[in-house]
Design a protein. Structure first.
Ligand SMILES: Cc1cc2nc3c(=O)[nH]c(=O)nc-3n(C[C@H](O)[C@H](O)[C@H](O)COP(=O)(O)OP(=O)(O)OC[C@H]3O[C@@H](n4cnc5c(N)ncnc54)[C@H](O)[C@@H]3O)c2cc1C
Ligand SMILES: *[C@@H]1O[C@H](CO)[C@@H](O)[C@H](O)[C@H]1NC(C)=O
Ligand SMILES: *[C@@H]1O[C@H](CO)[C@@H](O)[C@H](O)[C@H]1NC(C)=O
Ligand SMILES: *[C@@H]1O[C@H](CO)[C@@H](O)[C@H](O)[C@H]1NC(C)=O
Ligand SMILES: *[C@@H]1O[C@H](CO)[C@@H](O)[C@H](O)[C@H]1NC(C)=O
Length: 527
């Protein structure tokens, strides 16, 4: 089954053209030499500049979304640190030279902010800072900032058959961006977000100082669990609390086309999915898979934390319209359910989870919404028309409820809790990376978003920070004023936005850690 939306598309061959700015990179390396007691040979081993032959290959491997490969905006220098002191030096040198520093964990940022920008920047790729230590004695793990979710899931499964972690569905996602932005997956209704399970962290601040939870303080510790670490520092490692999982879980995929009644079924799903027992997540992936297709295929894609003998009676009682049968279901271990959702076969070797390159390496644009009232059938039908107007379009519906209802809106910066029936994600993928072609696809995303306005959350129309969208608030500068940023800030963080800006102002007063959508300083220009 190639359903996981990370596993559906072709891999493109990328060509990179690089523009170099030799003196800046040279000065940066010289600065590193003065901060670290290294010789230049050791510096060469951890740095890649546009003039080095390895640079195109390295940058190419880092860009998980090839949307920007034809544009200028690549890093002046890529640092691949092995040790925290190298990150500390990079922070100080970037600051001294007025450059931004972008940190990459898994590189799945929807707007490429970890590896692409119009402003001059240094990139720190944490690929060599990714060890994971599981402690079953207290059911926790220390996970370094460059680890991927696949590596984390794999390590947990090697240590225990009855532990897991509630986070996203694509194994190549990094823990640096994902956990600091929330992190939702197939155990969301039982356990909440990945960020809800962080108990400690090591963070490097703008002066190069390393903090743990105690020394960063509860405010900063709050901010990095949903507010995005990129505004506050560099996450060296998270300490997370594992969750118990049953030895057997059940997965199913039930596909329905429009002719087979998909609209009616999704309409019904809206009343049911968020109220089911929290052991079950049934998401819906509605897709137009190619230009010629005249129909949408909606797949009800689910993981139930238990055996099929309990699932069938539950579905018969609560969602009989789905007509789920035992033959649609597969029992598996929790780690196999990760494979299943990622689009692998469950009998495939688990080592596939260790691959850090997305199987979804095609250009895409996404947007998100939250839904508080069921959408009428006519509303859904209008959305299908828009999906059918363009090839490779997808809407993913992810149910909330359960544990999400029990966590208050201000517990973490992620405010989308009780009252949300589900989250929607709109996606468009394309293979022709010419700027002309891209324009049409970006326009499509705006069109579906506009169409959906009456059906989704209002004032603010909320969005999920991990599904980053630079169209929101239209701020394309390397710096942001509080008043401008509050457009997207309130969508992502609602009532928590101001507190994030207060914490930002205190913890990073020089606004060193910034990007196109970082938390602004409170007192910045137009506030
Ligand atoms: C194919 C695909 C599938 C996805 N599936 C899901 C899903 O199931 N559930 C879900 O919730 N989200 C999902 N996402 C969204 C994903 O959670 C976000 O894109 C997330 O921010 C990616 O984190 P990353 O570390 O891989 O990305 P990166 O691009 O490396 O980082 C994202 C942001 O975090 C910053 N950052 C990264 N590491 C650090 C660090 N150590 N310290 C400080 N800042 C850091 C970066 O600078 C950047 O601003 C998916 C994305 C893709 C592309
Ligand atoms: C860059 O753009 C050209 C057309 O302008 C296109 O043919 C090419 O495939 C693009 N390169 C990539 C890697 O997308
Ligand atoms: C990892 O996945 C990518 C994308 O699917 C693939 O091209 C590559 O060969 C895989 N690498 C390994 C080592 O299996
Ligand atoms: C803030 O928003 C205004 C109005 O949309 C815009 O003209 C201005 O350029 C923005 N400023 C910044 C710094 O982005
Ligand atoms: C923000 O960026 C713009 C354009 O680069 C610059 O002119 C302006 O001085 C910056 N403002 C602040 C407060 O840094």
């Amino acid at each position: 089954m190639e359903l996981g939306y990370c596993a559906m598309f072709l891999i493109l061959l990328l060509q990179i053209s690089c523009a170099a700015s030799t003196s800046v990179e040279k000065k940066f390396k010289e600065c590193l030499l003065t901060k670290l007691e290294y010789n230049s040979e050791s510096i060469e081993k951890i740095t890649f500049t546009p003039s080095s032959s390895l640079y195109p290959q390295v940058w190419n491997s880092l860009a998980q979304n090839p949307r920007w490969v034809n544009s200028s905006g690549k890093p002046l220098l890529i640092l691949r640190p092995f040790h925290e002191s190298e990150i500390q030096a990079a922070i100080l040198c970037s600051k001294e030279q007025g450059l931004q520093l972008r940190v990459r964990s898994g590189g799945h940022d929807y707007e490429g902010l970890s590896y692409f920008s119009k402003v001059p920047f240094i990139m720190a790729d944490l690929i060599n800072i990714r060890s994971i230590e599981i402690s079953l004695a207290d059911e926790t793990a220390w996970v370094q900032g460059g680890a991927s979710l696949g590596e984390l899931y794999y390590k947990i499964s090697k240590a225990s058959k009855v532990h897991g972690f509630p986070a996203g569905t694509c194994p190549s996602i990094g823990v640096g961006g994902h956990i600091s932005g929330g992190g939702q997956g197939m155990m969301l209704r039982k356990h909440g977000l990945a960020a809800d399970h962080v108990v400690d962290a090591y963070l490097i601040d703008g002066n190069g100082k390393i903090h743990d939870r105690k020394s960063m303080g509860e405010d900063v510790f709050w901010a990095i669990r949903g507010g995005g670490a990129a505004s506050f520092g560099v996450i060296l490692a998270w300490k997370i609390r594992l969750v118990k999982v049953p030895p057997i879980v059940t997965g199913f995929n039930v596909p329905r086309t429009l002719e087979e009644g998909a609209t009616k079924l999704i309409h019904r799903w809206q009343y049911i999915a968020h109220e089911l027992p929290d052991d079950v997540v049934i998401r819906v992936i509605a897709q137009n898979r190619d230009v010629k297709s005249k129909t949408i295929r909606a797949t009800f894609n689910s993981i139930f934390l238990g055996g099929v003998d309990r699932l069938i009676p539950l579905m018969n009682e609560r969602f009989p319209e789905l007509r789920l049968q035992a033959k649609d279901c597969t029992e598996m271990s929790w780690i196999q359910s990760i494979m299943f959702i990622a689009g692998y076969r469950i009998e495939d070797p688990l080592e596939l989870l260790l691959n850090r390159t997305t199987t979804f390496k095609t250009s895409f644009k996404a947007k998100s919404d939250f839904v508080k009232e069921p959408i009428p059938k006519s509303g859904l039908e209008g959305a299908w028309k828009i999906l059918l107007g363009e090839a490779l379009t997808t809407m993913i519906f992810e149910p909330y409820g359960g544990r999400m209802n029990e966590i208050s809106e201000s517990e973490t910066p992620f405010p989308h809790r009780k009252g949300n029936l589900y989250n929607i994600q709109y996606l468009v993928n394309w293979e022709d990376n010419s700027n002309e072609a891209a324009k049409g696809h970006l326009q499509w995303a705006k069109m579906v978003y506009k169409y959906m306005t009456p059906y989704v959350s209002k004032s603010p129309r909320a969005a999920y920070f991990n599904y980053k969208d630079l169209d929101l608030g239209k701020n394309k500068h390397g710096n942001t004023s509080y008043s401008n940023a509050s457009v997207w800030g309130k969508k992502y963080f609602m009532g928590n936005f101001r507190r994030l800006a207060q914490i930002k102002t205190r913890f990073d007063p020089q606004n060193f850690f910034r990007n196109e959508q970082s938390i602004p300083l409170l007192n910045s220009h137009h506030s």
